[in-house]
Design a binder for this molecule. Structure first.
Ligand SMILES: Nc1ncnc2c1ncn2[C@@H]1O[C@H](COP(=O)(O)OP(=O)(O)OP(=O)(O)O)[C@@H](O)[C@H]1O
Ligand SMILES: [Mg+2]
Length: 242
């Protein structure tokens, strides 16, 4: 198993945000975690990335295992550098005053595999997102929302990730750009990238993922293949508009 969350309980201050959740992701899968506002989706991703408080909460009990090894005492930079896990955060967090090229290059700081490998990956990102290539010398804040989302994804790829955690990548995108983004992600998955996708747009997420879990106020309340979840009456009623 690539990633296993085992009975994880976490808190912010005195408030417990995850009440013992368990789920797993196999290598090569696309797994989605769907849930409403405040369900604990971002909290789950931040816990996996080992971000320090206040971004990530304190772990009360349970474990986060990556290839069988506990991450609880792993440093955030080692999650990126040694385990090749990357996060595309909610709201993207790109550096607006830097150019597209500078944002992409920054993501390579921890790599040790040399300039030619980095340049090959840059070609790959520009091949996936020609609009980023056209705008490589433009300040990132001048990009459209969709282009900024491409840049956030491109930046994660430049960190040489093999496992990608995505926090609501569809947010703020037009339907057209949203589908384009998901097609690209599907292609990356077919090339071997493992994806854990957090989404409020359950319809979209279940069309795209192999399997999923439903998170409701800090608890997993349903799980199954995307087809099973999409056919589940409770999931339909709560997340798919009936
Ligand atoms: N830094 C923080 N400090 C205190 N409480 C927090 C913090 N971040 C999140 N919470 C609380 O933890 C719970 C889960 O929040 P989280 O952001 O993980 O939800 P989410 O599922 O990502 O929601 P959304 O869909 O709105 O992004 C919420 O009750 C939220 O108010
Ligand atoms: Mg969130």
């Amino acid at each position: 198993m690539l990633l296993e969350i085992r009975d994880l309980r976490v808190k912010y201050g005195n408030i417990e945000a995850l009440h013992g959740i368990s789920f797993h992701v196999e290598k090569g899968e696309i797994v989605t975690l769907i849930g409403a506002n405040g369900a604990g989706k971002t909290t789950t991703l931040h816990s996996i990335m080992r971000l320090p408080p206040p971004e990530a909460p304190k772990v009360l009990s349970g474990d986060i295992l990556f290839e069988g090894m506990s991450l609880l005492s792993t440093e955030p930079h080692d999650v990126v550098r040694k385990l090749h896990v990357a996060l595309v955060p909610e709201g993207r967090h790109i550096f607006g005053n830097l150019t597209v090229m500078e944002n992409l290059t920054l993501a390579t700081y921890a790599r040790k595999d040399g300039a030619s490998a980095i340049s090959a990956d840059l070609d790959r990102v520009f091949d996936l997102f020609p609009r980023l290539a056209e705008r490589r010398n433009q300040r990132s804040e001048s990009l459209s929302g969709g282009e900024q989302q491409m840049l956030a994804l491109g930046r994660a790829l430049m960190s040489k990730c093999q496992t990608l955690l995505l926090d609501e990548p569809s947010m703020g995108l037009s339907p057209l750009l949203m589908y384009e983004m998901f097609r690209t992600l599907k292609r990356l998955n077919e090339q071997g990238l493992t994806i854990l996708l957090i989404e409020q747009n359950a319809r979209l997420a279940l069309r795209f993922a192999h399997r999923g879990y439903v998170l409701d106020t800090g608890e997993i309340v349903a799980s199954g293949s995307s087809a099973e979840l999409a056919a589940d009456p409770a999931v339909k009623k709560a997340y798919l508009g009936g």
